[in-house]
Design a binder for this molecule. Structure first.
Ligand SMILES: [Cu+2]
Length: 158
């Protein structure tokens, strides 16, 4: 074996030991942990829509292959929605038609935007990030109507 090969192997081995030691130091001494799956935690694992004021709501939107939960959100006209979007598996997108909402749904992260619906109608939302075989089926809708007393959501449970 050439002398330079021995040197390269020795340096590589030392770097591996150094990196492994850094990981062990971070996890044991610094108590740094790998992020958990956010969708297993409150409030994503339980309810998805909370009323936070007379016309304001908080919506927890979870995306996964290949659906959004909830798939339908029914709200009264004039509602302001604080949207929290995350993903259960891989990177998806969340775009609301006719609204300036375009978020990435990223596992381990929560993205936020506020939207107000002053006009009645249906506002479709869809995944805009190619995420696999059934990406084209990944859609849902806000239904904004007059006279809704009880806002509601529909969609598969996690
Ligand atoms: Cu997609």
């Amino acid at each position: 074996m050439d002398k330079s090969e021995k040197l390269a192997l020795t340096l590589s081995g030392m770097l591996l030991v150094l990196f492994f030691g850094a990981i062990m130091y971070a996890s044991v001494a610094q108590n740094i942990e790998v992020p958990t799956c956010i969708t297993d935690m409150e409030p994503f694992a339980t309810d998805t829509l909370f009323q936070t004021g007379p016309d304001t709501y908080e919506l927890q939107m979870v995306s996964r292959m290949w659906a959004f939960q909830p798939s339908t959100v029914r709200l009264p006209v004039g509602s302001t929605v604080d949207l929290y979007v995350t993903s259960q598996d891989i990177i998806h997108g969340f775009k609301v038609d006719r609204k300036n909402i375009n978020l990435m749904a990223i596992p381990g992260a929560i993205n936020y935007m506020r939207v107000t619906f002053n006009e009645p109608g249906e506002y479709l939302y869809a995944c805009h990030e190619f995420c696999g075989a059934a990406h084209h089926t990944m859609a849902g809708r806000f239904i904004i109507e007059e006279g809704i007393d009880e806002p509601e959501v529909e969609g598969d449970a996690l």
